[in-house]
Write a protein that binds this ligand. Sequence first.
Ligand SMILES: [Zn+2]
Length: 548
Amino acid sequence: MLFICRQSGSAANMKSVKPIHRFLAVSLVALCFFATAGLYSGGATPAVLPAVPATVDTINPGELRMHLSFLASEELGGRYTLSPGFQIAARYLASHLEAYGFRGAGEHGSFLQTFELITSKVDSSKTSLEMTIGGKPATFSLGEAPPSFGSASGDVSGQIVFAGYGISSPAQKHDDYAGLDVKGKIVLIASGAPTGIDSSKLAPTESGTSAAQAHGAVGLLQLPPARFLQFLKNKEATERFATRESVRLAKAGESKLPSMTLGPDAADKLLGAAGMNLKSILETTEKKAPLQPKAFEASAHISIVSIQSRSTTQNVAGILEGSDPKLKDEYVTFSAHYDHLKTNANGQIYPGADDDGSGTVSVLAIARAMSVQRPKRSVLIIFHAGEELGLLGSEYNSDFAPVVPLDKMVVDLNIDMIGRSKPEGDTQAEDQRLTDAHSIYLVGSNRISPELHALSEDTNAEFQKLRLDYYYNDPENPERIYFRSDHWNYAKHGIPIIFYFDGVHVDYHKVTDTVDKIDFEKMTQVTRLVFETGWRIANLDHRLTKAN
Ligand SMILES: [Zn+2]
């Protein structure tokens, strides 16, 4: 799961949850169904839920342990997206999907969906911001005004013009640049969008540096969003963050404008020259109220040198064709991220047994169980790359080149960390939210499809009887878990999702996230729940309904 920077400023990212069952022989499985079927009570027309086959019992602790012992081994080196070990992990997953009878969902029938990444690092000795405000020059450090994430290199000067939210969208009939001359100038913008604008539907070219560049601007200054304010007040942490190596998706037609984000002090210094202040602007953006464009008696010289390199990585994706000729063009998706963290400066590897070795091997076990007896709808398995780097693999598969049409994706059941349980008597503060051996957090199940939530609840009540905890599903929860794993990139397109998660713990993103600490009995139960839930969705006589 993705690490984020909290308001507390303690950490950093700018973007911004028995019994061992015996294996059942294939012939036996084909004949053997659980006779029970739950009643669905979540929609307008209650319907009998599809029966779940005994193939679910093929998911067992020994299988999960076998896969995880390989993927989280020292030899794999921690599965950092840009590491040789990651390629081996990809091959392992692809080979297994192929053996289970899946077909490759990537290019030319391959199981690998490749895409390009850009690694960049700001050269702090050659990067600076100078502003002349009311005739007085001032220089700002990287801690006071860091280059914006993914900024291009450049050395530009110009008068500063405030362009409100900086949105220019013909489709949504909104243009902050209307009547504004920004040619050869540096545009200042606030983050957010006014009422009436659906940010999720803005094309990349309709905001930020791309929109500024399209209108002739030479550079961009961004006012800090409210949720990063606290972090940006810590100038040392901000400078460290600004000069770290970062990785992003390579996107065609990326803007060439250099861009910096003003910390609170720099922002107030500049805004003061025009009789404005950051507090009132943030109050305005919070209310989604309009912002008036304004010319400043101020100019800026932005100089950014960012050293960049390109590399290729891959998601691993496979399709198991559904058994129903009419329903097989719809896909029930199971996902997990198979990447983890880069070896640290001391040469220590991060095994990532729970994060997200646990989800990866669970999805692999679900793939095998599905292949023993195929459901009506098709099954899409996708192991995402680059999750720890900012949900990059799922961003690629959702926003750029989906392996199946997004409107054919019925659901994404995403597993990221389900292998740990809180030992009895554990009083460590870091384990405060870690679920016990019989509990798991579910996030997002009710947000898009109330029917999905009801089906999930009914299925759990009928079979695994785990305690489903919705603590992290509270939209006000400061951890913002709903946005911190790959399901988010599908949810944002209106695809119903459930995210299964055991909770943050003492070994989260540490070198101590190892296989010996995994609770394979609990993991088996959760994996079976995900299988049962997915099986039912794949065999429903109708597609999951969504909230209005
Ligand atoms: Zn993580």
